[in-house]
Design a binder for this molecule. Sequence first.
Ligand code: SF4
Length: 215
Amino acid sequence: MDPASKIGLILELLDQHYPNAHCTLDFKNPLQLLVATVLSAQCTDARVNQVTPALFQKYPAAAHYARAPLAELEQDIYTTGFYRQKAKSIKAICQALAEKHGGQVPASLTELVKLPGIGRKTANVILGNAFGIPGIVVDTHMGRVAARLGLTRQKDPVKVEFDLMPLVPKERWVKFSHQMIWHGRQVCTAPKPQCARCPLLKYCDYGQQAKRNVG
Ligand code: SF4
């Protein structure tokens, strides 16, 4: 089936199986989500959520991160891994926020991707979850699951995003992103997808091909 013919069925099944899919990072404002998203690179959301309560209390505003000594910030986020790069990144982002946006996170894709180290993926996470502005998040899970389902032939995340945008109704972009990411974490895992127990098997190019190969 071509992507346009099956997307409605896939969305229905995602709704049935992941009705409560949501952002699993804890946050109370756009800045907190931005920092948590930077910390979540190569780290589980659960671990990030262990670190952020104390971090958010210590650094309530962008200016606090911007003027923090780098070594101290590194210590504060140490357990999330890649702490040197992440601390540098958070500091640079917050310096830009303090200098150009009055310390506020801009609610605009164009402005968000101008922040140091912020790409469309992170920008769409912030827009969708902190501002309620639709965006499709193409992380490693979304890219893999969309390709296996046959919704895209692209590998580049931005090209995948542009393939998915016309297929999925805009009001579904945020929820669809969470559902696909949850599906990628729980069922359509990277090394060995669990096709036999996958609710999307009937509409999945990879799963159908794998079935034919076994048969
Ligand atoms: Fe992933 Fe297999 Fe499900 Fe396709 S059928 S989405 S490859 S788990």
